[in-house]
Design a protein around this ligand. Structure first.
Ligand code: NAP
Ligand code: G4F
Length: 334
């Protein structure tokens, strides 16, 4: 039975990837941070039969603690390591640059060092990001497009990208980067723009909220579905050699277009409800992202499946269920 170690298992991608790995018969070890309250909501459904020997195990750890990462790697001796953990919010990275770099840049290096001391080093996946292209120098962006990071988050991810390449070249470790463009789902964190919109629109529809405050509506992103993208993550480590791959839908849409899709689906006019609040602007913005996933298509046989419209509707339907439950509680004065 193959053993996978997943950092960031409690996050959006960690939960979908773990589902996939368990389906494929892996034993999965997930690193979780100690917290004063439970935060395993995205993976709780994966513990099904209490009598079965669990193939999913959680272990406390943190990317800021190198000693702890070394002990975990040496105890578990995984075959594959998926490094998904990060302070992943771009705007927050301007408020917490040092913490973001400690986790998203040095955290990767700590993990690579832990892996390097294994007798048989595990294969390593690094969650790289389209944010590294920042102020883009060409459209669409491929594996060959130079990076121009525009936030502490993006600069930290670029550092981790190059460390991953360097461990591959210097030590012959199977270390690969997936350069993933934005991907969303009903499990997306509620402060990212797509989920913020689907949560608010469904609440507005049911009379639970009046306004939605947003930042830059002109920003364009290449938005795909997280469920599709974790298949690509797995395929990156199954390829015959380690390499770097862009994972994207090859389409770009604006925040306005996402508003059109979601509010239109709910038969609402978003212009009546949305207000721009400068507090959501970033000191430096990434205006336009559009990937070219041609290499992944050719070498991994991967292609994005869920369309922009399907994604917007899937997220809206899921958030409508949450809003309906909120409405029942509100109607009963709770
Ligand atoms: P997410 O939902 O924000 O999840 C982040 C995960 O990292 C959570 O499990 C979080 O744990 C964990 N984490 C944060 N700081 C940590 C630390 N110091 N030590 C250990 N764990 C820590 O992110 P996501 O959307 O699933 O993204 C997964 C990865 O892909 C991230 O590295 C992100 O930067 C990258 N990425 C995402 C996208 C996207 O569009 N989603 C695109 C490109 C790249 P808690 O639950 O305890 O907070
Ligand atoms: O949803 P966002 O916060 O995602 P962003 O900044 O593109 O980052 C996400 O995708 C990256 C991949 O490119 C990941 F690496 C990263 O971890 C994260 O998952 O913002 C998208 C766009 C931005 O241009 C932002 O300025 O939406 C704009 N926006 C407009 N109003 C807003 C808002 N973003 C947020 N979060 N909140 C707003 O109110």
């Amino acid at each position: 039975m193959r053993k996978a170690l997943v950092t960031g298992i409690t996050g959006q991608d960690g939960s979908y990837l773990t589902e996939l790995l368990l389906k494929k018969g892996y034993e999965v070890w997930g690193i979780i941070r100690r917290s004063s309250s439970f935060h395993t909501g995205r993976i709780d459904h994966l513990y099904k039969d209490p009598h079965e020997k669990p193939r999913l195990r959680l272990i406390y750890g943190d990317l800021t603690d190198g000693g702890n990462l070394s002990s975990i790697v040496s105890e578990i001796q995984p075959d594959e390591i998926y490094n998904l953990a990060a302070q992943s919010h771009v705007k927050v990275s301007f408020q917490m640059p040092i913490y973001t770099v400690n986790t998203d840049a040095l955290g990767t290096l700590r993990l690579l060092e832990a892996l390097r001391s294994m007798k048989r080093p595990a294969k390593f996946y690094q969650a790289s990001s389209s944010e590294m292209y920042g102020k883009v120098v060409e459209i669409p962006q491929t594996e060959k497009t130079p990076f121009y990071p525009r936030s502490p988050y993006a600069a930290a991810k670029a550092y981790s990208f190059w460390q991953t390449v360097n461990y591959r070249e210097a030590y012959g470790i199977f270390a690969s980067n997936g350069i993933l463009f934005n991907h969303e789902s009903p499990r997306r964190g509620e402060t990212f723009v797509t989920r913020k919109i689907t949560r608010a629109a469904t609440r507005i529809k049911l009379g639970l909220q009046e306004k939605l405050f947003l930042g830059n509506l002109d920003a364009r992103r290449d938005w795909g579905y997280a469920g599709d993208y974790v298949e690509a993550i797995w395929l990156v480590l199954q390829h015959d050699k380690s390499d770097d791959f862009v994972i994207a839908t090859n389409e770009s849409h604006s925040v306005r277009e996402f508003l059109d899709e979601v509010f239109g689906y709910l038969e609402l006019d978003w212009k009546k409800y949305v207000e721009v609040d400068e507090k959501y602007f970033r000191p430096t913005e990434v205006d336009f992202l559009q990937g070219d996933a041609g290499k992944a298509e050719k070498l991994l046989g991967w292609k994005s499946k869920v369309t922009f419209k399907e994604l917007a509707r899937m997220m809206t339907d899921a958030d409508m269920k949450i809003a309906e439950n909120e409405k029942i509680l509100a109607d009963h004065g709770r």
